[in-house]
Design a protein around this ligand. Structure first.
Ligand SMILES: [Zn+2]
Length: 163
């Protein structure tokens, strides 16, 4: 199971290099899926301020400003806070809402949900299944086959292109 040929080993090593985040975030991992229990105080020390505000204070980036709303790269999206795998680019669709939108998550446990009644609306909040960070909301006006629209903040997503 752990026998890799040298080509695979090289590619896993180069992946490893890419995995090291720009900041010194010891909780970030694309391979460890175990649930994190990290306080906001701890997150504040390791996350860039704008990421912290969206992820931990449930902020929302302005529409049409994020790096991924009209991005069409082929690859995988990870949680920018903890590295948890969230979405594949083949579930991303062109939405006019101004935020990156997906019709399904990578796997059932990728995200967790909570009722959000803030701002006089009833919405379903979407959080990372590993670190509980706020990612965005999910709506029922998405395209087939799921009819779901995961409306995400670009800043809490990391993108890794397919090789
Ligand atoms: Zn996360």
């Amino acid at each position: 199971m752990f026998q890799l040929n040298s080509a695979e080993l090289q590619s896993s090593q180069s992946n490893l290099k890419l995995e090291i985040p720009m900041n010194d975030n010891p909780y970030y991992s694309r391979t460890d899926t175990s649930k994190l229990s990290v306080t906001d105080e701890q997150w504040k020390k390791v996350l860039p301020e704008d990421v912290y505000y969206i992820a931990r204070k449930k902020g929302t980036e302005r529409a049409f400003t994020g790096k991924f709303w009209d991005f069409e790269g082929i690859g995988t999206y990870y949680c920018a806070v903890c590295g948890n795998k969230l979405f594949k680019s083949d579930s991303k669709f062109a939405s006019s809402c101004g935020w990156p939108s997906f019709f399904e998550t990578d796997r059932p446990g990728s995200v967790i949900y909570a009722d959000d009644t803030s701002h006089g609306m009833f919405r379903t909040e979407v959080m990372c299944g590993r670190c509980d960070s706020h990612l965005g909301h999910v709506f029922d006006d998405g395209p087939p086959p799921t009819g779901r629209r995961y409306c995400m903040n670009s800043i809490v997503l990391d993108f890794e292109p397919d090789k």
